[in-house]
Design a protein around this ligand. Structure first.
Ligand code: NDP
Length: 397
């Protein structure tokens, strides 16, 4: 049905490549390209399909991307490199007539700042070019938005309160490690918290608000209020929402390490002089932390991510909780990667599948909740991320 180019051969890129290769009726030709070609070759070897092509590309360079797109001629690019590359890849798509999908919004390297404005600014250009750009199609952002759209379509007349709850109850047996790119992860967690209430954004200190939430098959876990990028598009696309928040679990050991990292200046993202050269402490820290891709083998336990929603149906109050639990070990057995990479990579593949099947094809730049959630929800059940729902249960939030 279509040619796909995956950019990025990290934890998420590896899962995307496995899942794309498992669906040959949709993805007829596959290429994986990244900064380090040997990593792409290793992914292809692990999959065992010599028809998957590989290439080296610096995705910070529009010219290099244009040359690659012109030679491979993909219909869609799945961008699972880093958020810093979103805009260069979108530019290259416009120059070559290629459709676009990513899992994280653009961030400038020198400020940890999350907002869609930079990418939404491309809407008219994608529209005029007749190209589709699908933003934020991982799990959160991604499935969190699709769950919300599904709830709005099938369970509510009006969504009023939305809490996205993200629990990782896994144990990788390392003193400290992040589950995806450590630089991006630590930038996200150390910024101020923020949530939406009655038309306004309320800012909190980093990790200031927390409470125990009970996760299915896991039990109670201390959950911290963070800002997360999908809140911005969800309150815009579902204007009846009165309050929207995002919660993520952290263990005490993780938080203690994080506090030390910050206190000693290792979370800094500005350049410092070291031995006659300039280094960014957080990038140096990434080089010495465990590689998230190597966590899978000994990772036990599950993730549980879902949406807890309160609103009105037929004039009555209703609650709705929709979630997926994903086992790190099962993810590792299938793809060689842990559950956090798996829960991101599977939805990215499904988003590209929705586009190639013509189900999510509309010129412009869109967040996932702006498409029909039904065929995506159906594929989640088939592709390894089955979901469950609880109607009129206690949401705790
Ligand atoms: P990794 O660091 O494991 O992988 C990133 C990959 O991108 C690496 O292969 C890296 O190359 C490559 N890359 C980095 N810079 C460039 C460049 N300039 N040109 C070409 N390739 C480049 O990260 P993850 O796989 O953990 O995460 C990938 C993306 O997924 C991130 O954007 C992250 O924010 C997002 N994500 C989204 C989630 C969601 O639920 N929506 C959850 C988790 C992650 P090299 O190997 O040479 O360093």
């Amino acid at each position: 049905m279509g040619k796909v180019l995956i950019i990025g051969a990290g934890g998420v890129g590896t899962v995307v490549a496995h899942k794309v290769a498992q669906n040959p009726d949709v993805f007829t030709e596959i290429m994986i390209a990244s900064r380090t070609k040997s990593k792409c070759d290793a992914v292809v070897k692990a999959i065992g399909n010599p028809n998957i092509k590989t290439a080296q590309v610096d995705a910070d360079s529009v010219d290099e991307l244009v040359a690659l797109f012109n030679s491979f001629k993909p219909e869609i690019v799945i961008n699972v490199a880093l958020p810093y590359q979103d805009l260069t890849i979108m530019e290259a798509c416009l120059k070559t007539g290629v459709n676009y999908l990513d899992t994280a919004n653009y961030e400038p390297k020198d400020v940890a700042h999350f907002e869609y404005s930079w990418q939404w600014a491309y809407k008219k250009r994608f529209e005029d070019a007749g190209l589709t750009a699908i933003l934020g199609c991982g799990f959160d952002p991604g499935v969190s938005g699709i769950y919300t759209a599904y709830a709005a379509k099938h369970h509510f007349d009006e969504i009023q309160y939305l809490d996205i709850v993200d629990c990782n109850a896994g144990n990788h047996h390392k003193a400290f490690a992040t589950n995806f790119n450590p630089e991006i992860n630590i930038r996200e967690i150390t910024q101020n918290g923020r949530y939406y209430e009655n038309g306004q954004w309320v800012t909190t200190q980093p990790l200031e608000i927390h409470k125990d939430l009970t996760y299915p098959n896991i039990g109670p876990r201390d959950s911290y209020l963070l800002y997360h990028e999908e809140l911005e598009s969800l309150v815009k696309n579902f204007p009846t929402i009165k309050r929207a928040r995002f919660w993520m679990t952290f263990g005490q050991e993780y938080l203690t390490h994080l506090r030390v990292i910050q206190n000693i200046g290792m979370a800094r993202i500005d350049e410092v002089e070291y031995n006659g050269m300039k280094i960014v402490p957080l990038q140096f820290l990434k080089a010495v932390l465990p590689n998230p891709q190597d966590l899978g083998e000994n990772y036990e336990g599950e993730t549980s991510i879902g949406c807890r929603i309160r609103g009105l149906k037929d004039g009555k109050e209703r609650t709705y909780y929709v979630y997926n639990n994903c086992s790190h070990q099962e993810a590792y057995k299938e793809t060689g990667m842990q559950g956090v990479s798996y829960t991101t990579g599977v939805p990215a593949m499904i988003g590209a599948m929705m586009f190639l099947k013509g189900l999510w094809k509309k010129p412009g730049v869109w967040n996932v909740e702006e498409f029909n959630p039904d065929p995506f929800m159906e594929q989640l059940n088939k592709q390894g991320l089955p979901w469950h729902e609880v109607i009129d249960g206690d949401l705790e939030v």
